[in-house]
Design a protein around this ligand. Structure first.
Ligand code: NAP
Length: 434
């Protein structure tokens, strides 16, 4: 693409993020044109319903409900997609790229499911797709993995990348509220959606981890490659025991490279209370990257919200405007190859320490039975806490932490424990990250 004298933007979506992006692009004193060296104009804005009242006054004729007003306009050079969902967003992105438009998107679902395909389509059309806002809102992690940290072999990525779950876990830890109460508070503050499944079951985080791992290892991972557990099984006593043992509970998204294979996992885990990620509270996000050259680097900031996400989207618009016409064809990005790079290591191979909470009959010999089952599975016990004896039911609660053990052996042992007559319930099992 030769550089146009003025750059025109077609914005798809005028919700939380789109309104922030439109307001920033329309500001008269905006520095964007100075930074890009060319005027950057917002030309059209796509919404579902043009009759809805809006938080922003747009110039007359800018709003449309017809996507073709953007897709078929050769004078729109950058398509900014902030609608969300797969359909029709993905189709519009493909059409935009095929028409030779640069695309900026905040859409983690589309990028996790089809990112490599879209990047290939961008390359074929000598343009680029930029997606900084798809992970971590205002935190510049995507660009850093693609550029500033590209000289490193990435040993691991560990992140708190879903603000909704982190808010819920922070409330449960600090106030000892139940999961249900913390979720309802999150919904009251607008941090959780009416249907919170994607957040609390780890699906949103698995999309984001897929994107980060694909960039770090330049291989097209699928979100199905991510082993995923949500936070809904956590109970207030898990936070009490974790604190007593010197840990915090955080929902972590982890990618780690070991012996040529990458393991991808999202689950609530115990983290030493003094660890930097353990101190990331509320709706904040943080990502810790361990690179072969840079060592440990921590990114911390607002993972969502109008302003932080606008920062990432408009940053990508500026990058697209700068690159437009500046790069030789075929040099637009370093690409993610479908079957390139390290393979995926199954979760059963994980070597981790574990926290196991059991509801048992308050009888002599119970502990010996439990120890026998764990010993049979080569799982060695690090600590045991026995508390909360309930005389009326004859139940006692036992919390065990283990030394590093194989996930597959632990899962087998948990099944055997659940089958013991003295064990009333395996209440919870969490991995301990050091
Ligand atoms: N919100 C955040 O803090 C945040 C942070 C990071 C990334 N993101 C991502 O950014 C994207 C947008 O999020 P958001 O919170 O801004 O969403 P939102 O508030 O729900 O806004 C969506 C906008 O897209 C329009 N839209 C939806 N479907 C459409 C369709 N089929 N045709 C035309 N217009 C359509 C809606 O039009 P109407 O107004 O007419 O309904 C609305 O203006 C999502 O991919 C999200 O994951 C959001």
């Amino acid at each position: 693409m030769t550089a146009p004298p003025e750059i025109n933007i077609g914005l798809m979506g005028l919700g939380v993020v789109g309104t922030g992006v439109a307001a920033t692009l329309l500001r008269r004193e905006s520095p964007i044109s100075d930074v890009t060296g060319r005027p950057v104009n917002l030309k059209k804005v796509l919404v579902r319903d043009v009759s809805l009242p809006r938080d922003i006054d747009l110039p007359p004729g800018m709003l449309t409900a017809n996507a073709e007003d953007i897709l078929a306009d050769p004078d729109i050079h950058i398509l900014v997609e902030v609608m969300g969902g797969s359909d029709p967003a993905e189709g519009y992105i493909k059409q935009g790229l095929a028409a030779g438009k640069y695309v900026v998107t905040a859409n983690k679902e589309v990028m996790a499911k089809s990112g490599p395909e879209l990047m290939a389509l961008a390359r074929e059309n000598d343009v680029q797709i930029l997606f900084e806002a798809s992970v971590g809102g205002g935190i510049p992690i995507v660009g850093c993995l693609m550029n500033e940290l590209a000289a490193n072999e990435i040993r691991s990525i560990r992140g708190i990348i879903n603000g909704t779950t982190n808010y819920i876990l922070t409330r449960m830890a600090n106030e000892r509220t139940s999961f249900e109460q913390a979720l309802s508070e999150a919904q009251g503050h607008g941090y959780a959606e009416a249907d919170p499944t994607n957040d609390i079951e780890g699906i949103d985080a698995s999309y984001k981890l897929t994107i980060l791992a694909s960039l770090a290892y330049r291989r097209a991972f699928r979100h199905q490659d991510v082993y995923c557990e949500g936070i809904s099984k956590l109970e207030p006593q898990d936070f009490r025991y974790a604190q007593e043992l010197g840990y915090a509970i955080k929902s972590l998204a982890i990618a780690n490279l070991d012996d040529g294979a990458v393991q991808l996992r999202v689950y609530p885990a115990l983290l030493p209370a003094e660890h930097m990620l353990a101190k990331v509270d509320g709706v904040y996000n943080a990502v810790e990257v361990h690179g072969s050259l840079c060592g440990q680097v921590l990114f911390h900031g607002m993972g969502a919200g109008r302003e932080p996400t606008t920062s990432a989207v408009v940053g990508d618009v500026i990058e697209a405007a700068r690159k437009m016409g500046a790069l030789p064809p075929g040099m637009q990005d370093r690409g993610i190859k479908p079957a390139n790079g390290p393979s995926v290591r199954p979760i059963g191979d994980l070597l981790s320490r574990y926290y196991i909470r059991l509801d048992v009959a308050d009888n002599p010999g119970v502990l010996a039975q439990i120890a026998q089952v764990l010993g049979d599975g080569q799982i060695s016990i690090a600590t045991v806490i026995q508390k909360d004896i309930q005389p009326e039911t004859g139940s006692a609660e036992i919390v065990i932490t283990t030394h590093p053990s194989r996930e597959a052996s632990v899962q087998q042992a948990l099944q055997a424990l659940a089958g013991l007559s003295q064990v009333r319930r395996v209440s919870n099992t969490l991995r301990i990250e050091e």
